[in-house]
Design a protein around this ligand. Structure first.
Ligand code: ATP
Length: 343
């Protein structure tokens, strides 16, 4: 297993350090290579994400393990955009896989919900939609200004993410799929989503395929999260509903994610950002970064290790071995110690 590590900015390095302890404990043979990318590097020599590094990742690595990017010293956030969007687009990481899984019922803001009630995955399209930057501004800064942002949906892009979601559901024995769009208002791009969804769904007669407008999905995720097993949606809606999901599972410090290209190198990262307000204080919650290690193991064909990690994290949560933002007293390192002790 060859892992490229990018600690990034702010709390990125602090949480990744704990994830690395888990990796080294469970698989001592692991081969880690650190890449110096992030705000410090950008401020030092202007480097964001060079093509040679992308090429190296493609040819020499199985996965990339990323902390977080974002730094108040770079107000344009150009380095973060280059590294995050650059790796998604250039490595074609078209699946953003976000498990929404409640591990400790006390962490859920919904009334009377247990762990089984909040347990689904979201497949967010990760390379198209409103994130391509297509559009423009006309008469910028005047009263007549026009700003146009265009959403790109390709048949290939829509089909491959829908297919990936169905294949996942099939492989994991799920019986329900939900696709969310806004085809009542976005009548061209999202009509494509509807048609392609039907074509792919017809190939999976054993999986019940549902469709919701994304506004209804948002309501249903709060009213009745237990009705979902696998959700597939576009880039923007996926961004929004997975943050809603992160809160349902107990907060951003517990949300892990994968940015996956099934035919190439993939990237795993905690969902949270660099949290400059708590950086350097040693109190960042490392559990999302540790759960991301679990996802990485499953991706590399070691799902039993993800199960062990999830069980250890759940046990820590239930025993209140947690950082201050969740109401605990432990430091980042102490939470790492606690997970390791349980493993
Ligand atoms: P960025 O601009 O890089 O996305 P951000 O600070 O604006 O970073 P997040 O890091 O996602 O956005 O989170 C917002 C706030 O949530 C942080 O400022 C911090 O207070 C809290 N937070 C986020 N992640 C963690 C964590 N792992 N542990 C503890 N608190 C966290």
């Amino acid at each position: 297993m060859k892992v490229a590590v990018v600690e990034g900015d702010g709390i990125g390095g602090e949480v990744i350090e704990q994830g690395i302890r888990i990796l080294e404990h469970l698989t001592p043979e692991i081969n880690l290579t650190h890449f110096d990318l992030g705000a410090d590097r950008y401020l030092r020599d202007g480097t964001t994400l060079p093509d040679q590094i992308l090429e190296k990742w493609r040819s020499d690595f199985d996965v990339i393990y990323l902390g977080a990017l974002g730094d108040p010293r770079v107000p344009t956030n150009v380095h973060a955009k280059d590294i995050l969007l650059g790796s998604r687009f250039k490595l074609d990481l078209y699946i953003n896989l976000r498990p929404i899984r409640l591990l400790d019922p006390r962490r859920c803001p919904l009334k009377n919900k247990d762990c089984d009630d909040v347990n689904f995955v979201v497949f967010r399209e990760n390379t198209e939609g409103l994130y391509t930057g297509i559009g423009g501004q006309f008469k910028r800064g005047t009263k007549d200004e026009v700003a146009i942002e265009q959403e790109m949906n390709t048949r290939k892009g829509v089909e491959r993410i829908i297919r990936a979601a169905f294949e996942y559901a099939d492989r994991h024995g799920h019986s329900k799929m939900c696709m969310a769009d806004k085809s009542n208002a976005m009548r061209h791009g999202h009509d494509l989503w509807r048609r392609v969804y039907k074509i792919v769904a017809d190939e999976y007669p054993n999986i019940e395929s549902n469709h919701l407008y994304v506004d209804v999905l948002a309501m249903e995720m709060v009213r009745c999260p237990e009705r979902f097993e696998v959700i597939v949606t576009n880039n923007l809606f996926g961004d929004i509903v997975t943050d809603l999901g992160a809160i349902l599972q107990g907060g951003i410090g517990l949300a892990s994610s994968g940015n996956i290209n099934p035919n190439g190198v993939s990237l795993f990262e905690p969902v949270h950002g660099s949290a400059p307000d708590i950086a350097g204080k040693g109190i960042a919650n490392p559990l999302a970064a540790i759960l991301s290690v679990g996802m990485m193991y499953t991706h590399l064909g070691r799902p039993e290790l993800e199960k062990q990690i999830t069980a250890a994290v759940r046990a820590c949560l239930l025993a209140d071995q947690i950082t201050p933002e969740l109401g605990g007293k432990l430091t980042t390192k102490q939470v790492g110690d606690a997970v390791l002790a349980r493993l």
